[in-house]
Ligand binder design. Structure first.
Ligand code: ADP
Ligand code: MN
Length: 495
Protein backbone atom coordinates (compact mmCIF):
# COMPACT_ATOMS: atom_id res chain seq x y z
CA UNK A 1 0.00 0.00 0.00
CA UNK A 2 1.21 3.42 -0.81
CA UNK A 3 2.24 5.32 2.35
CA UNK A 4 0.82 8.56 0.95
CA UNK A 5 -2.62 7.11 0.54
CA UNK A 6 -4.45 6.13 -2.57
CA UNK A 7 -3.14 7.83 -5.67
CA UNK A 8 -5.42 10.41 -7.11
CA UNK A 9 -6.66 8.90 -10.31
CA UNK A 10 -9.19 11.50 -11.36
CA UNK A 11 -7.90 12.82 -14.63
CA UNK A 12 -8.35 16.39 -15.75
CA UNK A 13 -11.57 15.86 -17.59
CA UNK A 14 -13.00 18.57 -19.73
CA UNK A 15 -16.75 18.56 -19.63
CA UNK A 16 -19.09 20.19 -22.10
CA UNK A 17 -20.20 22.50 -19.31
CA UNK A 18 -16.64 23.73 -18.97
CA UNK A 19 -16.30 24.30 -22.66
CA UNK A 20 -19.50 26.29 -22.73
CA UNK A 21 -18.87 28.16 -19.51
CA UNK A 22 -18.81 31.86 -19.99
CA UNK A 23 -17.26 32.23 -16.56
CA UNK A 24 -14.33 30.04 -17.57
CA UNK A 25 -13.89 31.89 -20.83
CA UNK A 26 -13.72 35.15 -18.96
CA UNK A 27 -11.18 33.76 -16.55
CA UNK A 28 -9.02 32.46 -19.37
CA UNK A 29 -9.20 35.79 -21.13
CA UNK A 30 -8.23 37.60 -17.96
CA UNK A 31 -5.28 35.27 -17.52
CA UNK A 32 -4.20 35.93 -21.07
CA UNK A 33 -4.49 39.67 -20.62
CA UNK A 34 -2.51 39.54 -17.43
CA UNK A 35 0.16 37.58 -19.19
CA UNK A 36 0.22 40.05 -22.05
CA UNK A 37 0.47 43.09 -19.82
CA UNK A 38 2.51 42.07 -16.84
CA UNK A 39 2.99 44.53 -14.02
CA UNK A 40 6.72 44.40 -14.37
CA UNK A 41 8.37 43.87 -17.70
CA UNK A 42 10.47 40.75 -17.42
CA UNK A 43 14.04 41.12 -18.50
CA UNK A 44 14.52 39.69 -21.96
CA UNK A 45 12.05 36.85 -21.47
CA UNK A 46 11.27 36.64 -25.14
CA UNK A 47 9.46 39.28 -27.14
CA UNK A 48 6.62 41.07 -25.44
CA UNK A 49 5.53 43.17 -28.33
CA UNK A 50 5.90 41.59 -31.71
CA UNK A 51 4.30 41.78 -35.09
CA UNK A 52 3.27 38.13 -34.80
CA UNK A 53 1.33 38.10 -31.59
CA UNK A 54 -0.79 41.13 -32.35
CA UNK A 55 -4.00 39.17 -32.67
CA UNK A 56 -3.72 37.15 -29.48
CA UNK A 57 -2.02 39.12 -26.78
CA UNK A 58 -2.71 42.67 -27.80
CA UNK A 59 -6.46 42.73 -28.20
CA UNK A 60 -6.78 45.51 -25.67
CA UNK A 61 -4.17 47.58 -27.44
CA UNK A 62 -5.77 46.94 -30.79
CA UNK A 63 -9.14 48.00 -29.44
CA UNK A 64 -7.62 51.18 -28.11
CA UNK A 65 -6.04 51.95 -31.43
CA UNK A 66 -9.27 51.32 -33.30
CA UNK A 67 -11.12 53.52 -30.86
CA UNK A 68 -8.52 56.20 -31.38
CA UNK A 69 -8.92 55.97 -35.13
CA UNK A 70 -12.68 56.20 -34.74
CA UNK A 71 -12.39 59.20 -32.44
CA UNK A 72 -10.11 60.93 -34.86
CA UNK A 73 -12.54 60.44 -37.74
CA UNK A 74 -15.42 61.52 -35.57
CA UNK A 75 -13.60 64.71 -34.66
CA UNK A 76 -12.73 65.42 -38.25
CA UNK A 77 -16.39 65.03 -39.21
CA UNK A 78 -17.35 67.31 -36.32
CA UNK A 79 -14.93 69.94 -37.54
CA UNK A 80 -16.41 69.75 -41.01
CA UNK A 81 -19.92 70.21 -39.65
CA UNK A 82 -18.81 73.05 -37.46
CA UNK A 83 -17.29 74.76 -40.45
CA UNK A 84 -20.40 74.21 -42.56
CA UNK A 85 -22.73 75.62 -39.92
CA UNK A 86 -20.62 78.64 -39.21
CA UNK A 87 -19.80 79.49 -42.79
CA UNK A 88 -18.34 82.93 -42.70
CA UNK A 89 -20.74 84.27 -40.13
CA UNK A 90 -19.12 86.59 -37.64
CA UNK A 91 -20.56 84.69 -34.74
CA UNK A 92 -19.62 81.07 -34.66
CA UNK A 93 -20.80 78.06 -32.76
CA UNK A 94 -18.17 75.82 -31.28
CA UNK A 95 -18.57 72.06 -31.23
CA UNK A 96 -15.48 71.76 -29.09
CA UNK A 97 -17.34 70.16 -26.21
CA UNK A 98 -18.57 67.32 -28.38
CA UNK A 99 -15.15 66.22 -29.43
CA UNK A 100 -14.06 62.74 -28.57
CA UNK A 101 -10.53 62.93 -27.44
CA UNK A 102 -9.21 59.50 -26.81
CA UNK A 103 -7.86 59.21 -23.26
CA UNK A 104 -4.59 57.65 -24.40
CA UNK A 105 -4.09 60.12 -27.18
CA UNK A 106 -5.28 63.27 -25.53
CA UNK A 107 -2.15 65.25 -26.24
CA UNK A 108 -0.82 63.63 -29.33
CA UNK A 109 -0.76 64.59 -32.90
CA UNK A 110 0.83 62.88 -35.85
CA UNK A 111 3.89 65.05 -35.92
CA UNK A 112 6.03 64.02 -33.04
CA UNK A 113 8.04 67.01 -31.92
CA UNK A 114 5.11 69.13 -31.01
CA UNK A 115 6.33 71.74 -28.58
CA UNK A 116 3.84 74.29 -29.67
CA UNK A 117 1.13 71.74 -29.21
CA UNK A 118 -1.95 73.63 -28.18
CA UNK A 119 -4.47 70.92 -28.78
CA UNK A 120 -6.91 69.82 -26.17
CA UNK A 121 -5.88 71.00 -22.76
CA UNK A 122 -8.28 69.50 -20.26
CA UNK A 123 -7.67 72.32 -17.81
CA UNK A 124 -8.31 75.14 -20.20
CA UNK A 125 -11.12 77.58 -19.51
CA UNK A 126 -14.41 76.80 -21.15
CA UNK A 127 -15.07 78.59 -24.37
CA UNK A 128 -18.13 80.80 -24.05
CA UNK A 129 -20.92 79.32 -26.12
CA UNK A 130 -22.53 81.88 -28.30
CA UNK A 131 -26.16 82.02 -29.24
CA UNK A 132 -27.00 82.60 -32.88
CA UNK A 133 -27.37 86.23 -33.85
CA UNK A 134 -30.93 85.62 -34.78
CA UNK A 135 -32.16 85.05 -31.23
CA UNK A 136 -35.56 83.66 -32.14
CA UNK A 137 -37.24 80.81 -33.99
CA UNK A 138 -40.60 80.46 -35.68
CA UNK A 139 -42.65 82.98 -37.57
CA UNK A 140 -45.45 85.47 -36.90
CA UNK A 141 -47.39 84.85 -33.75
CA UNK A 142 -45.61 81.49 -33.18
CA UNK A 143 -42.36 83.29 -32.70
CA UNK A 144 -40.31 82.22 -29.67
CA UNK A 145 -37.24 84.05 -28.63
CA UNK A 146 -34.24 82.52 -26.91
CA UNK A 147 -35.48 84.08 -23.71
CA UNK A 148 -38.64 82.00 -23.64
CA UNK A 149 -38.52 80.42 -20.23
CA UNK A 150 -40.07 77.07 -21.06
CA UNK A 151 -37.95 76.50 -24.17
CA UNK A 152 -34.90 77.65 -22.37
CA UNK A 153 -35.58 75.42 -19.38
CA UNK A 154 -36.09 72.36 -21.57
CA UNK A 155 -32.96 73.15 -23.48
CA UNK A 156 -30.98 73.44 -20.31
CA UNK A 157 -32.25 70.04 -19.22
CA UNK A 158 -31.27 68.55 -22.55
CA UNK A 159 -27.85 70.12 -22.33
CA UNK A 160 -27.15 68.13 -19.19
CA UNK A 161 -26.59 65.22 -21.53
CA UNK A 162 -23.29 66.80 -22.37
CA UNK A 163 -21.95 66.27 -18.91
CA UNK A 164 -19.54 63.42 -18.38
CA UNK A 165 -21.24 60.02 -18.48
CA UNK A 166 -20.37 59.33 -14.84
CA UNK A 167 -22.26 62.41 -13.82
CA UNK A 168 -25.76 61.29 -12.84
CA UNK A 169 -28.32 63.71 -14.22
CA UNK A 170 -31.45 61.58 -13.95
CA UNK A 171 -34.20 61.44 -16.50
CA UNK A 172 -34.84 65.15 -16.73
CA UNK A 173 -36.02 65.00 -20.30
CA UNK A 174 -38.49 62.20 -19.65
CA UNK A 175 -40.23 64.16 -16.91
CA UNK A 176 -40.14 67.42 -18.89
CA UNK A 177 -37.96 69.09 -16.32
CA UNK A 178 -37.25 72.75 -16.92
CA UNK A 179 -34.07 74.13 -15.44
CA UNK A 180 -33.55 77.82 -14.95
CA UNK A 181 -30.31 79.25 -16.33
CA UNK A 182 -29.04 79.81 -12.85
CA UNK A 183 -29.57 76.24 -11.73
CA UNK A 184 -28.19 74.90 -14.97
CA UNK A 185 -25.05 76.96 -14.76
CA UNK A 186 -24.43 75.88 -11.19
CA UNK A 187 -24.85 72.25 -12.22
CA UNK A 188 -22.60 72.70 -15.19
CA UNK A 189 -19.88 74.15 -13.04
CA UNK A 190 -20.14 71.23 -10.69
CA UNK A 191 -20.12 68.68 -13.49
CA UNK A 192 -16.96 70.12 -14.99
CA UNK A 193 -15.07 70.29 -11.75
CA UNK A 194 -16.04 66.67 -11.10
CA UNK A 195 -14.74 65.73 -14.51
CA UNK A 196 -11.44 67.42 -13.87
CA UNK A 197 -11.16 65.76 -10.50
CA UNK A 198 -11.64 62.29 -11.95
CA UNK A 199 -9.15 63.11 -14.68
CA UNK A 200 -6.60 63.96 -12.05
CA UNK A 201 -7.26 60.77 -10.10
CA UNK A 202 -6.90 58.79 -13.29
CA UNK A 203 -3.60 60.42 -14.02
CA UNK A 204 -2.20 59.59 -10.61
CA UNK A 205 -3.07 55.96 -11.05
CA UNK A 206 -1.22 55.76 -14.34
CA UNK A 207 1.85 57.43 -13.03
CA UNK A 208 2.18 54.95 -10.22
CA UNK A 209 2.28 52.01 -12.63
CA UNK A 210 4.87 53.81 -14.70
CA UNK A 211 7.24 53.32 -11.80
CA UNK A 212 7.34 49.63 -12.53
CA UNK A 213 7.44 49.48 -16.29
CA UNK A 214 5.91 51.81 -18.80
CA UNK A 215 2.58 53.57 -18.65
CA UNK A 216 -0.23 52.78 -21.10
CA UNK A 217 0.50 55.85 -23.20
CA UNK A 218 4.08 54.77 -23.72
CA UNK A 219 3.04 51.20 -24.37
CA UNK A 220 0.73 52.42 -27.07
CA UNK A 221 3.51 54.49 -28.57
CA UNK A 222 5.81 51.47 -28.63
CA UNK A 223 3.05 49.36 -30.05
CA UNK A 224 2.52 51.81 -32.87
CA UNK A 225 6.19 51.56 -33.79
CA UNK A 226 5.86 47.81 -34.10
CA UNK A 227 2.56 48.07 -35.88
CA UNK A 228 3.97 50.44 -38.47
CA UNK A 229 6.71 47.95 -39.21
CA UNK A 230 9.45 50.30 -38.15
CA UNK A 231 10.39 47.88 -35.40
CA UNK A 232 10.19 44.16 -35.87
CA UNK A 233 10.03 43.05 -32.26
CA UNK A 234 10.59 44.65 -28.91
CA UNK A 235 12.33 41.88 -27.05
CA UNK A 236 12.68 43.19 -23.53
CA UNK A 237 14.19 45.58 -21.10
CA UNK A 238 17.93 46.25 -20.96
CA UNK A 239 17.98 48.71 -18.11
CA UNK A 240 15.66 50.43 -15.69
CA UNK A 241 17.18 53.56 -14.31
CA UNK A 242 15.80 56.34 -12.20
CA UNK A 243 15.03 58.48 -15.19
CA UNK A 244 14.70 56.10 -18.06
CA UNK A 245 13.89 52.58 -19.15
CA UNK A 246 15.83 51.15 -22.06
CA UNK A 247 14.47 48.36 -24.27
CA UNK A 248 16.05 46.26 -26.96
CA UNK A 249 14.29 45.85 -30.29
CA UNK A 250 14.94 44.35 -33.66
CA UNK A 251 14.63 46.93 -36.38
CA UNK A 252 12.06 46.63 -39.14
CA UNK A 253 11.54 48.51 -42.34
CA UNK A 254 11.45 52.23 -42.72
CA UNK A 255 8.46 53.90 -44.35
CA UNK A 256 10.79 56.08 -46.39
CA UNK A 257 13.35 54.71 -48.79
CA UNK A 258 16.25 56.92 -47.79
CA UNK A 259 16.28 55.90 -44.16
CA UNK A 260 17.65 52.59 -42.96
CA UNK A 261 16.60 51.19 -39.59
CA UNK A 262 19.51 49.48 -37.84
CA UNK A 263 19.06 45.72 -37.40
CA UNK A 264 19.06 46.17 -33.63
CA UNK A 265 17.74 49.20 -31.78
CA UNK A 266 17.74 50.55 -28.27
CA UNK A 267 14.59 52.36 -27.16
CA UNK A 268 15.11 54.86 -24.38
CA UNK A 269 11.88 55.76 -22.65
CA UNK A 270 12.21 58.83 -20.47
CA UNK A 271 10.11 58.25 -17.41
CA UNK A 272 6.99 60.26 -17.11
CA UNK A 273 7.17 60.19 -13.35
CA UNK A 274 8.11 63.69 -12.59
CA UNK A 275 9.80 63.64 -9.22
CA UNK A 276 13.00 62.10 -10.58
CA UNK A 277 13.46 65.00 -12.90
CA UNK A 278 13.19 67.79 -10.42
CA UNK A 279 16.84 67.70 -9.50
CA UNK A 280 17.87 67.83 -13.13
CA UNK A 281 16.37 71.26 -13.63
CA UNK A 282 19.72 72.92 -13.37
CA UNK A 283 20.97 71.26 -16.54
CA UNK A 284 18.20 72.50 -18.74
CA UNK A 285 16.89 75.62 -17.06
CA UNK A 286 20.11 77.48 -17.64
CA UNK A 287 20.73 76.05 -21.06
CA UNK A 288 20.00 79.05 -23.23
CA UNK A 289 19.02 76.78 -26.11
CA UNK A 290 15.95 75.87 -24.11
CA UNK A 291 15.54 79.04 -22.13
CA UNK A 292 12.59 80.52 -23.96
CA UNK A 293 10.68 77.33 -23.84
CA UNK A 294 11.33 76.20 -20.33
CA UNK A 295 9.12 78.58 -18.44
CA UNK A 296 6.13 77.96 -20.64
CA UNK A 297 6.16 74.20 -20.48
CA UNK A 298 4.31 71.75 -18.34
CA UNK A 299 6.30 68.95 -16.71
CA UNK A 300 5.32 66.40 -19.31
CA UNK A 301 6.76 68.57 -22.02
CA UNK A 302 9.93 69.15 -20.07
CA UNK A 303 10.45 65.40 -20.07
CA UNK A 304 10.00 65.34 -23.81
CA UNK A 305 12.61 68.04 -23.92
CA UNK A 306 15.11 65.69 -22.29
CA UNK A 307 14.50 63.21 -25.05
CA UNK A 308 14.82 65.95 -27.64
CA UNK A 309 18.04 67.13 -26.06
CA UNK A 310 19.53 63.66 -26.15
CA UNK A 311 18.61 63.41 -29.82
CA UNK A 312 20.24 66.74 -30.71
CA UNK A 313 23.35 65.94 -28.74
CA UNK A 314 23.71 62.48 -30.28
CA UNK A 315 23.35 64.00 -33.72
CA UNK A 316 26.11 66.49 -33.02
CA UNK A 317 28.35 63.68 -31.81
CA UNK A 318 27.51 61.55 -34.81
CA UNK A 319 28.49 64.40 -37.11
CA UNK A 320 31.82 64.73 -35.35
CA UNK A 321 32.45 61.02 -35.78
CA UNK A 322 32.37 60.18 -32.09
CA UNK A 323 31.31 56.56 -31.53
CA UNK A 324 27.79 56.81 -30.13
CA UNK A 325 24.30 55.46 -30.82
CA UNK A 326 22.76 56.71 -34.02
CA UNK A 327 19.37 58.36 -33.71
CA UNK A 328 16.59 56.48 -35.47
CA UNK A 329 13.51 58.41 -34.41
CA UNK A 330 12.15 60.54 -31.61
CA UNK A 331 8.51 60.26 -30.62
CA UNK A 332 7.51 62.34 -27.65
CA UNK A 333 9.51 61.02 -24.69
CA UNK A 334 10.67 57.91 -26.53
CA UNK A 335 13.99 57.92 -28.35
CA UNK A 336 14.88 55.08 -30.69
CA UNK A 337 18.55 54.69 -31.52
CA UNK A 338 20.93 52.07 -32.80
CA UNK A 339 21.84 49.33 -30.36
CA UNK A 340 25.43 49.13 -29.14
CA UNK A 341 25.97 45.41 -28.74
CA UNK A 342 25.00 42.28 -30.58
CA UNK A 343 22.28 39.62 -30.51
CA UNK A 344 20.32 41.36 -27.76
CA UNK A 345 23.37 41.54 -25.53
CA UNK A 346 24.28 45.16 -24.82
CA UNK A 347 27.93 46.14 -24.86
CA UNK A 348 29.34 46.15 -21.34
CA UNK A 349 29.93 49.38 -19.50
CA UNK A 350 33.55 50.29 -19.05
CA UNK A 351 33.16 49.66 -15.33
CA UNK A 352 32.14 46.05 -16.00
CA UNK A 353 34.84 44.92 -18.44
CA UNK A 354 38.30 43.74 -17.61
CA UNK A 355 40.58 45.14 -20.25
CA UNK A 356 44.13 44.17 -20.97
CA UNK A 357 46.55 46.94 -20.06
CA UNK A 358 46.99 47.57 -23.77
CA UNK A 359 43.24 47.99 -24.34
CA UNK A 360 42.99 50.09 -21.20
CA UNK A 361 45.58 52.48 -22.57
CA UNK A 362 43.84 52.54 -25.93
CA UNK A 363 40.53 53.27 -24.21
CA UNK A 364 42.13 56.11 -22.29
CA UNK A 365 43.55 57.90 -25.31
CA UNK A 366 40.31 57.41 -27.15
CA UNK A 367 38.35 58.88 -24.24
CA UNK A 368 40.66 61.86 -24.08
CA UNK A 369 40.20 62.40 -27.80
CA UNK A 370 36.45 62.09 -27.59
CA UNK A 371 36.29 64.60 -24.73
CA UNK A 372 38.23 67.09 -26.82
CA UNK A 373 36.11 66.48 -29.90
CA UNK A 374 32.98 66.78 -27.82
CA UNK A 375 34.15 70.13 -26.46
CA UNK A 376 35.65 71.57 -29.59
CA UNK A 377 33.63 70.16 -32.45
CA UNK A 378 30.29 69.54 -30.81
CA UNK A 379 30.52 72.43 -28.38
CA UNK A 380 29.33 70.10 -25.63
CA UNK A 381 30.24 68.94 -22.17
CA UNK A 382 28.92 65.47 -21.42
CA UNK A 383 28.08 66.36 -17.80
CA UNK A 384 27.59 62.76 -16.68
CA UNK A 385 30.71 61.14 -18.04
CA UNK A 386 32.04 58.15 -16.15
CA UNK A 387 32.72 54.47 -16.63
CA UNK A 388 28.95 53.99 -16.25
CA UNK A 389 28.14 55.85 -19.45
CA UNK A 390 30.90 54.49 -21.63
CA UNK A 391 30.40 51.17 -23.37
CA UNK A 392 33.16 48.91 -24.68
CA UNK A 393 32.23 47.54 -28.07
CA UNK A 394 34.16 46.49 -31.17
CA UNK A 395 37.42 47.34 -29.48
CA UNK A 396 36.52 50.93 -28.73
CA UNK A 397 34.72 53.19 -26.29
CA UNK A 398 31.20 54.40 -27.11
CA UNK A 399 29.63 57.39 -25.39
CA UNK A 400 26.00 57.18 -24.34
CA UNK A 401 23.50 58.98 -22.11
CA UNK A 402 23.83 62.58 -23.27
CA UNK A 403 20.41 64.00 -22.44
CA UNK A 404 21.97 66.17 -19.74
CA UNK A 405 24.91 67.36 -21.84
CA UNK A 406 25.29 71.13 -22.07
CA UNK A 407 27.31 73.67 -23.98
CA UNK A 408 30.54 74.79 -22.26
CA UNK A 409 29.17 78.30 -21.74
CA UNK A 410 26.27 76.95 -19.70
CA UNK A 411 26.43 78.71 -16.30
CA UNK A 412 27.76 75.51 -14.73
CA UNK A 413 29.29 74.01 -17.85
CA UNK A 414 32.89 74.14 -16.65
CA UNK A 415 32.01 72.67 -13.28
CA UNK A 416 30.32 69.78 -15.07
CA UNK A 417 33.41 69.38 -17.23
CA UNK A 418 35.65 69.29 -14.19
CA UNK A 419 33.50 66.61 -12.62
CA UNK A 420 33.69 64.58 -15.84
CA UNK A 421 37.47 64.96 -15.83
CA UNK A 422 37.69 63.79 -12.25
CA UNK A 423 35.67 60.64 -13.01
CA UNK A 424 37.69 59.85 -16.12
CA UNK A 425 41.08 60.57 -14.56
CA UNK A 426 40.34 58.49 -11.49
CA UNK A 427 39.02 55.58 -13.49
CA UNK A 428 42.05 55.33 -15.78
CA UNK A 429 44.57 56.01 -13.03
CA UNK A 430 43.04 53.25 -10.93
CA UNK A 431 42.97 51.12 -14.06
CA UNK A 432 46.76 51.35 -14.24
CA UNK A 433 47.21 53.74 -17.14
CA UNK A 434 50.45 55.45 -16.17
CA UNK A 435 50.08 58.08 -18.88
CA UNK A 436 46.67 59.23 -17.63
CA UNK A 437 46.55 62.95 -16.88
CA UNK A 438 45.23 63.99 -13.52
CA UNK A 439 41.85 65.72 -13.37
CA UNK A 440 43.27 69.25 -13.58
CA UNK A 441 45.59 68.48 -16.47
CA UNK A 442 42.75 66.70 -18.23
CA UNK A 443 40.49 69.70 -17.73
CA UNK A 444 43.00 72.03 -19.36
CA UNK A 445 43.69 69.57 -22.15
CA UNK A 446 40.02 69.30 -23.00
CA UNK A 447 38.99 72.91 -22.58
CA UNK A 448 42.15 74.56 -23.91
CA UNK A 449 42.14 76.73 -20.81
CA UNK A 450 45.22 77.23 -18.76
CA UNK A 451 44.22 77.12 -15.14
CA UNK A 452 47.41 76.85 -13.13
CA UNK A 453 46.12 76.22 -9.60
CA UNK A 454 47.83 73.14 -8.25
CA UNK A 455 45.16 72.08 -5.81
CA UNK A 456 41.54 71.18 -6.25
CA UNK A 457 40.03 73.98 -4.15
CA UNK A 458 41.81 76.80 -5.95
CA UNK A 459 41.23 75.15 -9.28
CA UNK A 460 37.51 74.94 -8.65
CA UNK A 461 37.45 78.56 -7.49
CA UNK A 462 39.03 79.64 -10.76
CA UNK A 463 36.51 77.64 -12.73
CA UNK A 464 33.68 79.34 -10.89
CA UNK A 465 35.26 82.73 -11.45
CA UNK A 466 35.38 82.04 -15.18
CA UNK A 467 31.75 81.02 -15.19
CA UNK A 468 30.85 84.16 -13.31
CA UNK A 469 32.77 86.29 -15.79
CA UNK A 470 30.80 84.75 -18.60
CA UNK A 471 27.52 85.39 -16.82
CA UNK A 472 28.48 89.01 -16.25
CA UNK A 473 29.30 89.27 -19.91
CA UNK A 474 25.82 88.00 -20.68
CA UNK A 475 24.34 90.58 -18.32
CA UNK A 476 26.25 93.42 -19.91
CA UNK A 477 26.29 92.43 -23.54
CA UNK A 478 23.21 90.29 -23.80
CA UNK A 479 25.13 87.44 -25.34
CA UNK A 480 27.41 84.60 -24.45
CA UNK A 481 31.11 84.48 -25.05
CA UNK A 482 31.43 81.96 -27.81
CA UNK A 483 34.19 80.18 -25.95
CA UNK A 484 36.26 80.49 -22.81
CA UNK A 485 39.45 79.74 -24.56
CA UNK A 486 41.66 82.80 -24.92
CA UNK A 487 44.51 81.12 -26.69
CA UNK A 488 42.62 79.31 -29.39
CA UNK A 489 41.81 75.63 -29.68
CA UNK A 490 42.64 72.99 -27.15
CA UNK A 491 45.73 71.05 -28.10
CA UNK A 492 44.91 67.66 -29.48
CA UNK A 493 46.53 64.89 -27.49
CA UNK A 494 47.18 61.75 -29.43
CA UNK A 495 48.63 58.38 -28.77
P1 ADP B 1 20.20 56.37 -17.74
O1 ADP B 1 19.89 57.83 -17.72
O2 ADP B 1 19.10 55.54 -17.18
O3 ADP B 1 21.55 56.06 -17.15
P2 ADP B 1 21.37 55.45 -20.23
O4 ADP B 1 21.25 56.16 -21.54
O5 ADP B 1 22.70 55.50 -19.56
O6 ADP B 1 20.20 55.98 -19.29
O7 ADP B 1 20.96 53.96 -20.47
C1 ADP B 1 20.93 53.02 -19.43
C2 ADP B 1 21.63 51.74 -19.83
O8 ADP B 1 21.01 51.19 -20.96
C3 ADP B 1 23.06 51.97 -20.22
O9 ADP B 1 23.92 51.90 -19.13
C4 ADP B 1 23.32 50.85 -21.20
O10 ADP B 1 23.68 49.68 -20.52
C5 ADP B 1 21.97 50.66 -21.84
N1 ADP B 1 21.90 51.38 -23.11
C6 ADP B 1 21.47 52.63 -23.33
N2 ADP B 1 21.54 52.97 -24.62
C7 ADP B 1 22.04 51.90 -25.27
C8 ADP B 1 22.35 51.60 -26.64
N3 ADP B 1 22.15 52.49 -27.61
N4 ADP B 1 22.84 50.38 -26.92
C9 ADP B 1 23.04 49.47 -25.96
N5 ADP B 1 22.76 49.68 -24.67
C10 ADP B 1 22.27 50.87 -24.31
MN1 MN C 1 23.46 56.19 -17.76
Amino acid sequence: QCPWGAPNTTSMSCSLADVMSEQLAKELQLEEENAAFPEVVAVAEGPFITGENIDTSSDLMLAQMLQMEFDREYDAQLRREEKKINGDSKVSISFENYRKVHPYDSDSSEDEVDWQDTRHDPYRADKPTTTPRRGFIGKGKDITTKHDEVVCGRKNTARMENFAPEFQVGDGIGMDLKLSNQVFNALKQHAYSEERRSARLHEKKEHSTAEKAVDPKTRLLLYKMVNSGMLETITGCISTGKESVVFHAYGGKSATEDKVIPPECAIKVFKTTLNEFKNRDKYIKDDYRFKDRFSKLNPRKIIRMWAEKEMHNLTRMQNAGIPCPQVVILKKHVLVMSFIGKDQIPAPKLKDVTLSSEDMKKAYYQTLNMMQQLYKECNLVHADLSEYNMLWHDGKVWLIDVSQSVEPTHPHGLEFLFRDCRNVAQFFQKGGVAEALNERELFNAVSGLNITADNEVDFQAEIEALEKMNEDHVQNHGKKLSTFSSDGDPPIYDE
